[in-house]
Write a protein that binds this ligand. Structure first.
Ligand code: NAP
Length: 251
């Protein structure tokens, strides 16, 4: 069998990360399924292996540098050197500015920005050594501004600057770095937002869909399809881009 590439997807226990991990496995990559708790990754890993793919579950907090080093080392030992990294792990701690606590701010910045920084710094060692790599960072349409999300929008705008800088630094090593900025995707994250504002999820989704040009909300697989392209062999001349995957144009 041809030598298969190895990917790491963070926050892959559920939602967008799980769909991305499954899609990359279908594409023929071996996948390190990383999430906070190793046992939470079991369903994703089982789905991949049941489908004939290869995956390993790894528990790690992406904001913890020792845990990140250990996670990347484990994937490397068990699957081979990781050359595809999808920085997907994320949390929300929504609040209007005057009610936002320092913990709300720090937690969101830590998972998204520190997490993507630590993971990328660790994985680029393998990518530069192999002379090939792909990093895909999850931004959001919230990067453009969203009421109640000062912390999250700052983190997601930060992901875009981080993406462009890594693209500039790593291009000469055969590594491309791009960001995907999803709009409304149906996951536990958006279900939690609906619960927080006290609207039944079905109504919340219908309201969102009505405002989206394609008249539907997104599914995790919509994001996974774009990751598949950006993580693949044919996207090597696409780097430093932010691709909005939101069912319509963004400002
Ligand atoms: P989700 O369903 O909440 O899944 C996020 C996953 O990340 C969870 O499994 C979570 O684990 C994990 N995670 C959280 N903190 C972590 C950490 N420190 N280390 C490792 N894993 C961690 O969210 P989603 O909707 O799939 O979102 C995935 C990404 O897309 C996020 O970056 C999000 O900001 C972005 N995004 C989502 C949407 C949307 O509409 N859903 C839109 C734009 C962008 P636990 O369950 O243990 O917390």
């Amino acid at each position: 069998m041809a030598h298969s590439r190895v990917a790491i997807v963070t926050g892959a226990a559920r939602g967008i990360g799980a769909a991305v991990a499954k899609r990359l496995a279908k594409d023929g990559l071996a996948v390190g399924v990383v999430d906070l708790a190793e046992d939470a990754c079991a369903a994703t890993v089982e789905a991949i292996t049941a489908d004939g793919g290869k995956a390993v579950a790894v528990g790690a907090d992406v904001a913890d540098s020792a845990a990140v080093s250990a996670a990347v080392a484990r994937v490397s030992q068990e699957l081979g050197p990781p050359t595809v990294l999808v920085n997907n792990a994320g949390i929300t701690r929504d609040n209007l500015l005057f009610k936002m606590t320092e913990d709300d701010w720090d937690a969101v910045i830590a998972v998204h920005l520190r997490g993507a920084f630590l993971m990328s710094r660790e994985v680029q060692k393998h990518q530069t050594e192999q002379g090939w790599g792909r990093i895909v960072n999850l931004s959001s349409t919230s990067a453009l501004g969203n009421r109640g999300q000062a912390n999250y929008s700052a983190a997601k705008a930060g992901m875009q600057g981080f993406t462009k800088t890594l693209a500039i630094e790593l291009g000469k090593f055969g590594v491309t770095v791009n960001a995907i900025a999803p709009g409304f995707i149906e996951t536990e994250m958006t279900a939690a937002t609906a619960a927080r504002v006290g609207v039944p999820f079905e109504d919340f989704k219908a309201g969102a869909a009505a405002a989206i040009p394609v008249r539907r909300v997104g599914q995790p697989e919509d994001i996974a399809a774009v990751v598949s392209f950006l993580a693949g062999e044919e996207s090597g001349f696409v780097s430093g881009q932010v691709i909005y995957v939101a069912g319509g144009p963004q400002d």
